[in-house]
Design a protein around this ligand. Sequence first.
Ligand code: SF4
Length: 345
Amino acid sequence: MAENIRIIGDTLPGVDLNAPLLEVDDLGVEFKVRGKRIPAVRHASFTLERGRTLAVVGESGSGKSVTSQAIMGILDTPPARITHGRVLFHGVDLLELDEVTRRGVRANHISIVFQDALSALNPLWSVGFQIGELFRVHRGASRAEAKKRSIELLDLVGIPDAKNRVGHYPHQFSGGMRQRVMIAMALALDPEVLIADEPTTALDVTVQAQIMRLLKGIQEERNMGLILITHDLGVVADVADDVAVMYAGEVVERAGIRDTFKRPAHPYTKALLRAIPRVDQVGRELEVIKGLPPNPAKLPGGCPFHPRCFAADDKCRDEVPPWAEPAENHGSRCHYAEEVYVDER
Ligand code: SF4
């Protein structure tokens, strides 16, 4: 079914409402640094459906945030460049759109909450002005209407006394409250996809839990697709429906939440899970993943995880593992991915 959907007074042709809400298909991004091309994302593929939460997990430098910026169309180009792949929104490849149309999609349909709310908010304007500007610019709202909507949104994200707080500046809010303001801004135009890029990293544990509950609640209420970029598997276990694990710029495992935790197929996922501290294992030494993530400019040959992998052999050192799907909705980039399911056949 091909339809048009409205974006700021124009239409986005070719939309297929039967297609997945968002599909990232073999995305590649590189950066040009001092004349050298450095691959930051090499093979990122995953699908997000309406009403579901997809967690994109991995260590720093694995390509998670670059992938989210590529989806949003906010990469600095140059030095960044998308080398291959597609980002399909309702079947329309966003990478093929001109900048004006892309901006319309970004403003109205796909939104992002950044990690550091203090740098993302303008210190010179009240939070109400910054939220209201979205309604004025993209919906043609009057100042009074924009202010009213800003107060409603601040209320929605749990800012107490929103009527009064709407005139306050970012520095007058705590870290957790600033992150709520960022969420309010991201929700302002009622997006279908919300990307939350490490939204709780800078917050203490109690506030982290409150923010995640808020995001999950709003996602369910609005039936949005939520992409949660995180390195915290505890958060993933609480909120995600599906998981994509990234390593060295590739998605190395993709599965539903249950399979990810109960029968991970990639040794990197297994190692991440073993590195989670558990209250039922007091006294047991916490396992760590040996070594460091590879330098993207000097990736090891064969499987890029082999220098750190407990199961590596000669084949891993010599041959790049292909993507394999050992079971429905469960894929992995490991030579031995199938073995997870062998006992059950
Ligand atoms: Fe480990 Fe080999 Fe699988 Fe890579 S291909 S994850 S080195 S077992």
